[in-house]
Every structure is written in C-alpha cells, then in structure tokens.
Ligand binder design. Sequence first.
Ligand SMILES: [Zn+2]
Length: 107
Amino acid sequence: MNEKVDRSPARGDFPHPYWCDPGSCGTPNPVPCHLSAPRRVSEDRPGGLVITGQLSSIIDELPDQAPVSVELVIRDPVTGSRGTYLLDRENTLRLHALLGDLAPTVG
Ligand SMILES: [Zn+2]
C-alpha cells in the first residue's frame, strides 16, 4: 500500500518563532527545523562562491526555549564542493569577529 507521506511538518499546528519562514520551515536538516528565509551572498561573476545563511532551531522544542543557530552553506559551483555548518551563538560571534579582523586586509 502506498501512502503519501507529508514531509512538511510546517503545516502542523504548533508554534513558530517570529523569524520562521513558512516556505523553509520543516526542512529535514537532518531533523525537521524551523528555518528563516535564506539570505545569500554571491560573487558578481559566473561560477563564484554562493554563501547562504539561515536561522535554525529544532521543531521539537518550544520556540522560546530552543537554541537558535546559524546554518551556513558555502557552495563552489565550479568544483561542486559544498559545506554545511551549524554555528551556535558562540561560534557565530567568533566567526563574526574573525571576519571583522581579516576583512580590512583582503583585496
Ligand atoms: Zn517554523
């Protein structure tokens, strides 16, 4: 017997954090998460890096109690390599500080 499996728990009746994007919520990642709308940074040339960031928290926890992380995906269209990183608050702040230190010298 074939059953249609609804893989989008976002349609369920449960609370969402204010930043949750209904179009992204429920995406297995590897477990279903609330996800904000994706924000992308890409180079102005074809084949350039594409970096996507989204807020993420586990659906099974209450929105006001669940830790919120940043899901960062860095993709190189030329090589096909891709890395996905889940950054907690500490690592998000460390990465922010690191880029702030290095950015003025890049170029
Ligand atoms: Zn949600």
